[in-house]
Design a protein around this ligand. Structure first.
Ligand code: ATP
Ligand code: MG
Length: 427
């Protein structure tokens, strides 16, 4: 016999018992973003490889070893998007959306990175990305943080995450700092691991981001970028922190927060948790003004963030705040040929009358007992019963499946609709 074909390692199915949590979370994300007047943008999953090389930078983990790149049939090099920032900006430039305009955008969907799969790290994962364009000041940086603060609260996990902040200054300021940092690490070569020795030549700031416990000391004693910032960068940063103070949003300044990508400047931030081991960053972002020119646009301003939804859901797993929607509200039991026919018609009438109600009709027959079992399993709150007796009398029985105090009732079809409207608070 042929072997069963399995999903690709690191790419997961979301099974029906998990989708209510996904859907409820997605609904809350949309609501919160809606609160701030953000618009959705939908983007292709595949882009030209060049886009990511030019934006993310050749010497980052993503471009060096994580991209799913393949040749199209006509010989073009294409890549499954590893993140959304580059594609979003590509689209806005392509459609001329950045001329004298500001934008507040979000997108939601799968990203692809060839990483070693483990909890919170997959090869296909879902991100919510939020990007804003055309705004230079720290107030929009603050707004992005405020959005997340509201979202954590709404999801009931505010106490599980904390905010870390840093400023990377301008590209010029970072260049000066980079030299000092390289000098420092050159004097501590013994303390660097293999990865860091390589990064010393390619992307030395990234060494600060190491997860190697043996390197914590050498990294902790490294010179700090903050002391190399010019006045404009410093004012931007202190205005941001003052706004957060004013709003009562606490943060820690983490001088070693550099983010992996080359395109950031000034504000960078991460929302981190202690509950997911070394996959502790749930949401990360910052300002990336220079990427616009890097992709061929006129000088402009951009700041955004991306959140990993699988990591968010892992935090939500034990949350009692979320009320998950059931898939089925009412289950219709039909016994006998005539009941099957009448029931199908009646079900359509109920759906006309109560469009928001989730009504599942029993198919494939079965005894009344076996149908009740299926009704219970469906998660429905009520069963509607159309048996021989009901059909003969021209009525319907309705029974609560959750509240044993509720007596089974016999009603007309019209009364049943009224009953359900009251029970489910729908009109
Ligand atoms: P990490 O340091 O954990 O590798 P990153 O810096 O590569 O994260 P970003 O590129 O900033 O991550 O992506 C933003 C968010 O997307 C992360 O904070 C995380 O929540 C999520 N994310 C990134 N890579 C993965 C992955 N392979 N699987 C699941 N979620 C991911
Ligand atoms: Mg990564």
């Amino acid at each position: 016999m042929a072997n069963n074909i399995q999903a690709i390692r690191g790419m997961h199915d979301v099974l029906p018992d998990q989708t209510p949590l996904w859907q409820t979370t997605e609904q809350i994300l949309r609501e919160v973003l809606g609160c701030y007047g953000y618009s959705e943008i939908r983007l292709p999953i595949v882009e030209k490889t060049e886009l990511f090389k030019r934006s993310i930078g050749e010497v980052t983990d993503i471009v060096e070893k994580e991209m799913y790149t393949f040749e199209d049939r006509n010989g073009d090099s294409l890549t499954l998007r590893p993140e959304g920032t580059a594609g979003c900006l590509r689209a806005c430039l392509e459609h001329g959306l950045l001329h004298n305009q500001t934008h507040r955008l979000w997108y939601y969907g799968p990203m692809y990175r060839h990483e070693r799969p483990q909890k919170g790290r997959y090869r296909q994962f879902i991100q919510l990305g939020v990007e804003t364009y055309g705004m230079s000041g720290p107030d929009i940086d603050a707004e992005l943080i405020v959005i997340m603060d509201r979202l954590w609260k709404k999801l009931g996990i505010r106490d599980k995450v904390r905010l870390e902040l840093n400023s990377l200054g301008t590209v010029a300021e970072r260049l000066v700092y980079r030299e000092t940092l390289v000098d420092y690490f050159q004097n501590h070569l013994d303390s660097l691991d293999e990865d860091s020795l390589r990064r010393l030549k390619t992307n030395p700031l990234r060494i600060l981001d190491t997860k190697n416990p043996a390197m914590q000391e050498v990294v902790a004693n490294a010179p700090e970028l903050m002391t190399y910032l010019g006045e404009d960068s410093l004012t931007h940063f202190t205005t941001l922190t003052a706004t957060l103070d004013d709003l009562g949003i606490s943060y820690t300044i983490n001088p070693r927060l550099v983010r992996g990508l080359d395109y950031y400047s000034k504000t960078v931030f991460e929302w981190v948790t202690d509950e997911l081991g070394s996959q502790g960053t749930v949401c990360a972002g910052g300002r990336y003004d220079s990427l616009i020119e890097q992709l061929g646009g006129k000088p402009n301003f951009a700041v955004g963030f991306a959140m990993g939804i699988e990591r968010l859901l892992a935090l939500l797993e034990n949350s009692e705040t979320l009320q998950l929607n059931s898939t089925v509200d009412v289950y219709m039991i039909r016994v006998g040929d005539l009941a099957e026919k009448v029931g199908f018609r009646f079900a359509e009438e109920i759906r006309n009358e109560l469009p928001g109600l989730k009504l599942q009709v029993n198919c494939e027959g079965g005894s009344i007992k076996s149908q009740f079992k299926k009704a219970d399993k469906s998660g429905a709150l009520y069963a509607i019963i159309l048996g021989e007796d009901e059909i003969n009398r021209g009525v319907v029985s309705i029974k609560s499946l959750r509240n044993t105090q509720d007596q089974q009732q016999t009603l007309s079809q019209a009364q049943t609709c009224e009953y359900l409207k009251l029970a489910f608070n729908k009109s």
